[in-house]
Design a protein around this ligand. Structure first.
Ligand code: ARG
Ligand code: ZN
Length: 413
């Protein structure tokens, strides 16, 4: 009796994050609408966690879909796929193992650009890099999260008057860990390149870069402490115990019309109202207040290796479609030139799927012409469990695309 009590209390105090032993990630290749229907009903019954696309509603015949199945349903899922003759492969056989391999070590006190850093480490880093580079980097607070955490914003650029700006954010979706790693990498490169590399120096003389390393801070903390596969914010919803809103379905751009869910328990929940989340409201307020200066909006997600631009809430072409398409093409070819990483690009609706309420579409309609969503590495071999060894090459290649876009903005806005 005593032993049991002691064990229970230890378990409660040490608060180990949720484990993923025996959980599998499947990739399916639905050939027709009957396959799609099987996958959708399976999604409900087996509580599948969709990795790509983000929701079972977005599964289409002829396009692959990746999802995580919990260990107790894995065999049944596999049997049903076999029985329905849906082509599939198992891309991750044991998610727990993949996650353990994702980070080189669990002991991490110091910040590293080639590691995944927790929020405290990222916040200490941003304070430090601003303090060390007073003429180039400054830190302010964009707002506060639902759980009361500060949303720190870095401004990177040589001081000047009436400078145009590019806004870059990372960490919308909590489990997309390589995204915040890119924002940190970008700031490091800016600092190290100023006065050394003429191209980057030129950009920093002419433009300000606003860098938000983690938008969804509460969700990000939750992926470190409690459940690695969390996506949404951590706000409490009315009349349900389900937590969180998808921040990239929460903007006022065709809000909740397509590719988003109005059910609070879903991973693509659009929220009670547009900008219901403190985090999205803070971002939108900042862009509204500075819209005359902000010429580009770049939002960094993972995974699938894509560069997307408006629209995602409908199939209509953006007014600036031809130019945006050319910029995306140039950015992707700069990125691919480094390591041969293949990217697709185009309007979100046709390239990935229709999904309303995204920050890219909202920023574009608010007047920020150069609005892009990056979906970084990989294409599903590791998915969200991308190993730390890929942080450096991912960030290096992505930086080339961002610099390409920034040059275009500098010369054309
Ligand atoms: N994977 C991203 C998401 O679903 C893609 C965003 C593309 N843009 C959009 N407005 N849906 O959030
Ligand atoms: Zn995302």
């Amino acid at each position: 009796m005593w032993k049991i009590l002691i064990l229970v209390s230890i378990a409660a105090v040490s608060a180990e994050p949720r484990a993923f032993h025996g959980e599998k990630v499947f990739r399916v290749f639905p050939q027709d609408s009957s396959h799609v229907e099987v996958i959708k009903s399976l999604a409900e019954n087996a509580k599948l966690d969709f990795w790509s696309p983000d929701s079972p509603d977005l599964v289409q015949a002829g396009k692959t879909a990746d999802f995580r199945a919990e260990s107790h349903v894995s065999l049944d899922v596999q049997a049903l796929l076999e029985q329905s003759e849906i082509p599939y492969e198992i891309i991750i056989d044991n998610l727990q193992e993949a996650l353990e391999k994702q980070r080189d070590s669990n002991i991490r006190a110091v910040h590293s650009y080639e590691k995944y850093n927790d929020l405290d480490t990222i916040n200490a880093w941003s304070a430090n890099i601003a303090a060390q580079n007073p003429g180039l980097v400054s830190r302010s607070q964009l707002g506060t999260s639902y759980e009361g955490r500060p949303l720190y914003l870095l401004k990177v650029g040589k001081s000047g008057t009436n400078k145009r700006a590019i806004f870059i954010d990372c960490g919308f979706h909590a489990r997309e860990w390589v995204s915040p790693a890119f924002c940190q990498w970008f700031v490091k490169e800016a600092v190290n390149s100023y006065g050394v590399d003429s191209q980057f120096t030129n950009l920093l003389n002419n433009l300000d870069f606003y860098v938000l390393p983690v938008l969804n801070v509460d969700g990000y903390v939750y992926t470190w402490t409690t459940s690695r596969m969390w996506r949404k914010t951590r706000s409490v919803n009315k009349n349900t115990s389900c937590i969180g809103t998808d921040p990239n379905r929460n903007f006022n751009a065709g809000w909740c019309t397509v590719g988003a869910s109005n059910r609070a328990c879903d991973d693509t929940y659009c929220g009670a109202t547009p900008e219901s989340e403190r985090e999205t409201k803070a971002l939108a307020d900042f862009i509204r207040a500075n819209v005359g200066r902000i010429k580009a909006y770049l939002t960094v997600h993972s995974y699938s290796q894509m560069l997307l631009f408006p629209y995602s809430y409908s199939y209509s072409l953006a007014r600036d479609h031809t130019e945006l398409n050319n910029v995306a093409k140039g950015a992707v070819s700069a990125l691919t030139a480094l390591y041969g990483t293949k990217y697709t690009y185009g309007p979100g609706g046709t390239t990935i799927y229709l999904a309303a309420g995204g920050s890219d579409d909202w920023a574009y309609d608010a007047g920020v012409k150069y609005s892009f969503t990056f979906e970084l590495r990989d294409t599903g071999r590791y998915g969200f469990a991308l190993p730390e060894s890929q942080i450096k090459p991912t960030c290096e290649e992505t930086l080339l695309a961002v610099k390409y876009i920034a040059n275009h903005v500098m010369n054309n806005s």
